[in-house]
Design a protein. Structure first.
Length: 264
């Protein structure tokens, strides 16, 4: 997925991070992004809510881990900054938390450098690297994080951009570099809930996006956590993962599954 500098400026083609921003109610998008975003919404109206729920899942899991003592986060596939990014949530619990954001998209990195500023006690860094290069990511992360101490690795809505089983090897290589007591947080799209509607939404996306998506079954998503200790309630539709009291019962199942696991 090589990107040339003009990617940052080409507003006539829909851009995956900007479409996601549109669904989240952000302001960094253009007519081409809104047009494809609306077309996908017409096939699967739930997809906008899935984007919002992915963010809510990030908040709950990062807060859960920070409250449990995790002080280092490696966030791969950052996306465009919105309210309450990983470092905001972690540093609200523990101001000394360190967060490294990784993305290969020049548009995302330009926004991240401008908007994601750390607390004075903590640290925030940005790495320009592709998920397909775990070695590059790990060596860059090691400049900012202490990889002998627990790290939370977050892979939210990014693994589905790798179409084949090499994705499992990539996750294994990343996890292998982290010490005992580290955690892995993953969300991934499936079509277990809405079936053909989700499949059609993804085919619309893939027809126009340079970042195609591959759906996986809940069982295939669980495979990412092999050898790790899944934290209750395991791999579930993301609104069902430890909802806040005010969220309980208010959300239906959706085609975004996720989980958190600890490395023994």
């Amino acid at each position: 997925m090589s990107h040339t500098p003009h990617d940052t400026l080409n507003t006539s083609e829909p851009h995956s991070a900007r479409i996601y921003d549109y669904w989240l109610g952000g302001k960094d998008h253009y007519p081409a992004d809104r047009e494809l975003g609306d077309r996908i919404l017409s096939v699967l109206p739930m997809i906008g809510e899935m984007a919002v729920q992915n963010r809510a899942f990030l908040h709950r899991t990062v807060r859960f881990l920070a409250q449990g003592g995790v002080r280092q986060f490696l966030d791969i596939g950052t996306g465009l900054p919105t309210a309450d990014n990983t470092h905001t949530v972690a540093q609200a619990v523990a101001p000394e938390s360190r967060v490294v954001y990784v993305d290969h998209d020049p548009l995302v990195l330009a926004h991240a450098r401008a908007l994601l500023t750390s607390s004075p006690e903590g640290r925030t860094a940005y790495v320009d690297a592709d998920l397909r290069d775990p070695g590059v990511i790990l060596s860059a992360a090691a400049e900012h994080l202490d990889l002998t101490r627990p790290v939370a690795l977050t892979l939210l809505g990014v693994l589905f951009h790798i179409p084949d089983d090499t994705v499992y090897e990539i996750v294994r290589e990343l996890v292998a570099a982290l010490p005992s007591g580290s955690h892995v947080v993953i969300t991934h799209s499936t079509n277990a809930v809405t079936g053909p509607a989700m499949a059609e939404a993804v085919s619309q996306w893939n027809a126009e996006s340079s970042n195609p998506i591959t759906l996986r079954t809940p069982e295939q998503i669980e495979r990412f956590f092999e050898g790790l200790e899944l934290i209750e309630p395991g791999v579930v539709s993301i609104p069902l993962w430890r909802p806040e009291p005010h969220e309980i019962g208010s959300h239906r199942e959706m085609d975004e599954f996720g989980g958190v696991a600890r490395k023994p």
